[in-house]
Write a protein that binds this ligand. Structure first.
Ligand code: PGA
Length: 251
């Protein structure tokens, strides 16, 4: 059975006080049986939030980015070594906002993924197409090419540590969700492409999350699809009552 995952991506939101309250509320609710909950927390709160969730079974913390070097003269940047020294286990890499606003290329993301894995961190690796590509009908080859240019170059041993998040850019923060059919179609294509490169057994083990306007109302329908193993959730992860419903959206 593949791991079911409800991942929140807090992005650049909330004060320390608000973040602590949110984490405490999620800990009080608890991660549902058989579900891994991962909170994508801003760097400055990682240590604090990690301490809060440390006693809660099934709740982990992720950084939202990390640098490709282990250390050095990179003012303002954060390394995976720093993250692992805090006991952080997960890191989101390749979010479309990083790709777009910070010009992160597939090659750079492969480098970040390699560095993270070498330091023992587990990446949640994002992919997804912009609206114009979806409209052109080229979305499947676009996403598979993102993967070919990055994580498909890993060894099988490394690749199987990844969580993949498919996040169509046109659905992020727009309120327009991919339909469960659209999500399932892409997830099945991604899994088939993984099977081509790494074999079917490994492909069946990889959790593929859907991201893009997941909320309390649509999570159940999305998560019910055969190849949708959970969600990477932005806006709906910022309110505990809403995110708790998403966490409970698995059958
Ligand atoms: P959203 O963001 O749920 O607010 O659309 C998802 C994401 O960017 O990970």
């Amino acid at each position: 059975m593949r791991q079911k995952i409800a991942a929140g991506n807090w992005k650049m939101n909330n004060t320390l006080e608000e973040s602590i309250a949110l984490a405490n509320e999620l800990v009080a609710a608890g991660s549902p049986e058989g579900v891994l909950t991962i909170l994508g927390v801003p760097y400055v709160y990682l240590d604090k939030i990690n301490q809060i969730v440390s006693g809660a079974p099934g709740i982990e913390v992720a950084a939202q980015n990390a640098h490709q070097a282990l250390s050095g003269a990179f003012t303002g940047e954060i390394s995976v070594k720093m993250l692992s020294s805090l006991g952080i286990k997960y890191v989101i890499l390749g979010h479309s906002e990083r790709r777009e606003y910070f010009a992160e290329s597939d090659a750079l993301l492969l480098s970040k993924t390699n560095t993270a894995l070498a330091e023992g961190l587990l990446p949640i690796f994002c992919c997804g197409e912009p609206l114009a590509i979806r409209k052109s009908g080229e979305h499947i080859s676009y996403v598979i090419n993102q993967l070919k240019a990055s994580i498909f170059q890993l060894s099988a041993e490394d690749f199987k540590k990844l969580i993949i998040a498919y996040e169509p850019i046109w659905a992020i923060g727009t309120g327009e969700t991919a339909s469960p059919e659209q999500a399932q179609e892409m997830h099945a294509e991604i899994r088939a492409a993984i099977a081509d490169v790494f074999g079917d057994e490994l492909a069946q083990e990889i959790s593929i999350l859907y991201g893009g306007s997941v909320n309390a109302a649509n999570a159940k329908d999305l998560f019910a699809r055969a190849d949708v193993d959970g969600g990477l959730v932005g806006g709906a992860s910022l309110k505990s009552d809403v995110f708790i419903q998403v966490m409970n959206g698995f059958q």
